[in-house]
Design a binder for this molecule. Structure first.
Ligand code: GLC
Length: 601
């Protein structure tokens, strides 16, 4: 697997994928049910809410600052819930807001049952859950089980002596060729996804510990049953607060090959070792990623989360996976066998990171997830906080807004649940730092200038054209991009042809047209390599078609759906496009989109 620069972030993300030892975060409130569907929703609606869900990822640091310190916070999110309700989302996935030294901006957790004071308090969190619930929006937390912070009390204990009861909570190993005066070499050639050796020497106890990510993120030992119990307790504590589920971070990295054998060094076609952005050899990951133990852990966590669903405490608690996997067969396994389910929604990164506007490739990947995961529900996405934004990966610099409309049509009008990243709906752009001294994400420092880190896609949400884009009264922790003067919520809310209006419209179709809510996807016109067309059909309601031109030239498509006449009723189309009268004559402008209902014969 050649990790080119373009795929490096994905690779990074590939794996990127008790407050105290006795651990409590204050008095536990009585269990709070998660947000409910709109009044009158059936219990099946409560149970199945995640099958056609719209999930919005918030990076709390960058969404809305409410207390004037330049860093976003929970009260800021609460203040923006009406905006999110209007957008039409069902759930917020909050990236970590637990206490953390913030080396990896929250993915290095030092207390799993509390809220970092930078983001607020547990009371603020409870208020966010309650206010979101009033708007029928659920809160999903990030669950980081692969590693903790090196400042977590578990690790402080673990590193304090080889005899400490917490020693075996982490992965400690002897080096090779160690002597009384020399630490020897690391146990093997494994690398951190964030650069250099994955083994860190600890002089006090004279062993190495393993870290898949930063040195400050030691890997937990999932062969230790106490680690399982600790996480089940953490999960319970958040579910009792009314959380509707979790996104499991870096979950494919939970286990390593116990033989500790070296990973293979990958070579180019001339037999020379490939070198990554950090100057290290590129390794295979067969010994450090997607080992079978992950499935048993997820079966255990799923059974645990399912046990929270009861008449008194209704609604499915949903488990989402950060599952960068090589193919759809591996993705299918993440749903688990029917009698031992695992994730409800493992992320389909195959579709997300195609990273080129290639109709045949996109069709093949969408078809895979429609036909090769059994009766399970796909979770589609195109973006997250670890990768350059949609505009940077798919834009052509001329038709960026149209391209983003086209991708949003694929995202929301295909079958399954859809996830997107704050700011996608207005077309926020990746704006990487231009000087090494400005970089905040440590991988951007290690990898400069080849890898500038992830700051560029984590800039403050652009609410309006005022100073700091309405994000904060203080200097924001990352600079507001110059594009904020034109690309912002206030401006786009006034424009019916804006990208924001398009997002609201496609989400509304997803949630209100029966064929979009639950109809199967069938690809149409499958030899066409310029236009992606598909039909959604649900028994008992008219089928709908979507046609998306993925080229900069106008295209005409002729579709046919056996058993239906060609007459169409337009549901949505690119601003300015004409209404086609029949299926045989759908005209699309550059990157144009047409969505129509097929009339019965
Ligand atoms: C996940 C997160 C990423 C983080 C990494 C280590 O991939 O998405 O942001 O750096 O895990 O926790």
């Amino acid at each position: 697997m050649h990790k080119t620069k373009a795929t490096l972030r994905v690779a990074l993300a590939v794996f990127l994928g008790a407050a105290t030892l006795t651990a409590t975060a204050g008095a536990q409130p009585a269990p709070v049910p998660p947000a409910r569907h709109p009044a009158g929703a059936s219990s099946a609606g409560e149970r199945d809410w995640w099958k056609n869900a719209v999930i919005y990822e918030i990076y709390p640091r960058s969404f809305q600052d409410s207390n004037g310190d330049g860093i976003g916070d929970l009260n800021g999110i609460t203040a923006r819930l009406d905006y999110l309700k209007k957008l039409g989302i069902d759930a917020i996935w909050l990236t970590p807001c637990y206490p953390s030294p913030q080396v990896d901006f929250g993915y290095d957790i030092s207390d799993y049952k509390n809220i970092d004071p930078k983001y607020g308090t547990l009371a603020d969190f409870d208020r966010l859950v309650a206010e979101a619930g009033k708007r029928h929006i659920r809160i999903l937390m990030d669950m980081v089980m692969n590693h903790s912070s090196d400042q977590h009390p578990w690790f402080l204990q673990s590193r304090s002596s080889r005899a400490n009861p917490y020693r075996d909570w982490y992965m400690w190993r002897d080096g090779k060729g160690e002597t009384a005066t020399d630490k020897g070499a690391p146990p093997n050639n494994w690398e951190s996804l964030f650069g250099h050796s994955a083994w860190q020497w600890d002089a006090a106890t004279r062993q190495y510990y393993y870290h898949r990510f930063y040195i400050q993120q030691p890997d937990l030992n999932w062969n230790n049953p106490k680690v399982h119990d600790a996480f089940k307790e953490i999960i319970s504590s958040w579910l009792k607060r009314g959380v509707a589920g979790f996104r499991f971070d870096a979950v494919t990295a939970l286990y390593e090959d116990p033989s500790l054998a070296d990973e293979e060094i990958l070579k180019d076609k001339d037999g020379k070792p490939l070198i990554n952005a950090y100057g290290d050899p590129v390794l295979n990951d067969s010994k450090t990623d997607n080992l079978p133990g992950v499935h048993a852990v997820m079966q255990e966590m799923r059974a645990h989360a399912d046990s929270f669903s009861s008449a008194a405490f209704p609604g499915t608690r949903v488990l989402i996976g950060e599952t960068y996997l090589p193919n759809v067969a591996e993705l299918a396994k993440m749903y688990g066998p029917p009698n031992k389910p695992e994730f409800h929604l493992p992320m389909d990164t195959q579709v997300a990171f195609i990273n080129k506007l290639n109709v045949a490739a996109l069709r093949a990947k969408l078809n895979d997830v429609e036909t090769k995961i059994g009766d399970n529900t796909p979770l589609l996405l195109f973006d997250n906080h670890d990768n350059p934004r949609v505009q940077a990966r798919y834009g052509d610099g001329v038709h960026d807004t149209d391209i983003q409309r086209a991708l949003a049509a694929v995202l929301f009008l295909s079958r399954g649940s859809a996830q997107f990243y704050y700011g996608d709906e207005i077309g926020m752009m990746t704006t990487p730092p231009t000087r090494k001294e400005d970089v905040k994400d440590p991988i951007g420092i290690t990898g400069w200038p080849n890898e500038k880190g992830r700051d560029g896609e984590r800039t403050p949400m652009q609410w309006d054209a005022s100073a700091n884009a309405g994000f904060s009264k203080a200097k924001p922790w990352l600079p507001v991009p110059p594009s904020a003067s034109a690309i912002n919520v206030a401006a786009e809310s006034r424009d019916p042809d804006s990208l924001l209006a398009w997002y609201e419209n496609v989400i509304r179709l997803k949630k209100t047209i029966p064929a979009f809510e639950r109809g199967r996807n069938t690809m149409l016109d499958t030899k066409n390599d310029k236009v992606l067309s598909w039909m959604r059909k649900d028994p008992g309601s008219p089928p709908v078609v979507v046609a998306v031109n993925f080229t900069a030239d106008p295209q005409t498509v002729r579709l046919s759906v056996p058993g239906f006449n060609g007459k169409l009723k337009t549901l949505l189309k690119t601003p300015g496009a004409a209404d086609p009268s029949t299926l045989e004559q759908i005209q699309l402008g550059p990157f144009g989109v047409y969505v129509g209902k097929i009339l019965q014969r």
